[in-house]
Design a protein around this ligand. Structure first.
Ligand code: NAP
Length: 247
């Protein structure tokens, strides 16, 4: 499906990003991933195989993004698919949130997404597809999530405006909007398997389909948006949340 195409997945060392990188690669694309943690990146690179590329880079650091573009230029020469997926999630309750928390959320989720796109655009040609990662939280009001929800609402808006700006170049921008997906983003550093599994069970019961999502549930949508099968879609958001936001 993606033979001859090249893809960059930011935050491709874990969870949704890693599952998407694997699915893009299994469908014929040459894939590069980024992440900040060298150990996680190395493990992910081993899982993807030698013909993939792993670049240690922070999406909120513009020098890192420039270096990523140079490495992609050297390795691929062009870029057909960007999955701007890197993101952080944490609670920011009113009255308990400091400025550093505000900057971290916005620097990675908003600034990081915007500059990830801007940085690789010179490598993209007609027919390229950009996929942004939002969240079902941008549609609802959940306590303690003011900044996470707002950061993802900003990314949702990026897809509309960037699509309008890039339509003449025939580059499409769309979003995937995951519900609650079983990834390390929900897991504390010292959390036991038992505690995490109990969390997965509990949250799964709140979802109409009766389970938390798997990273592959999102990767399938990323593959679709990356491919020409979705060539009539731009500026849109695919909500993949087991029915949570709508039912
Ligand atoms: N899981 C969910 O329920 C859910 C729901 C809605 C939306 N999402 C979105 O899905 C995306 C992926 O999350 P996930 O659930 O797959 O979590 P995850 O397993 O924790 O993966 C997050 C990825 O982003 C990378 N990352 C974090 N900060 C980065 C930075 N500054 N620069 C580059 N890479 C960075 C992480 O690598 P390092 O730690 O090494 O940097 C990791 O590879 C996020 O944007 C998240 O908001 C997730």
């Amino acid at each position: 499906m993606l033979e001859g195409k090249t893809a960059l997945v930011t935050g491709g060392s874990s969870g949704i990003g890693l599952a998407s990188a694997k699915m893009l690669k299994d469908n014929g694309a040459r894939v590069a991933i980024t992440g900040t943690n060298a150990d996680k990146l190395k493990l992910a690179h081993e899982k993807l195989g030698d013909d993939s590329i792993a670049i240690q880079a922070d999406v909120s650091n513009l020098d890192d993004l420039d270096r990523t573009r140079s490495e992609l230029q050297q390795a691929f020469g062009k870029l057909d698919i960007l999955f701007a997926n890197a993101g952080v999630a944490f609670n920011t309750p009113l009255g308990k949130t400091d400025e550093a928390m505000y900057h971290r959320m916005m620097d990675v989720n908003v600034k990081g997404t915007f500059f990830s796109v801007q940085s690789v655009l010179p490598l993209m040609q007609e027919g390229a597809s950009i996929i942004l990662n939002t969240s079902w939280l941008n549609q609802i009001g959940t306590p303690k999530k003011t900044l996470l929800s707002a950061s993802k609402a900003a990314v949702r808006s990026f897809a509309r405006v960037m699509s309008a700006e890039l339509v003449d170049q025939r580059i499409r921008v769309n979003c995937v909007s995951p519900g609650t997906i079983e990834t390390p983003i929900h897991r504390g550093p010292d959390e036991t398997d038992e505690h995490f599994h109990a969390y997965v069970e509990r949250v799964g019961q709140q979802v109409p389909v009766g389970r938390m999502g798997k990273p592959e549930d999102i990767a399938s949508a990323v593959l679709f948006l990356a491919s020409d099968a979705s060539s009539y879609m731009l500026g849109t958001e695919m909500v993949i949340d087991g029915g949570r936001a709508e039912l």
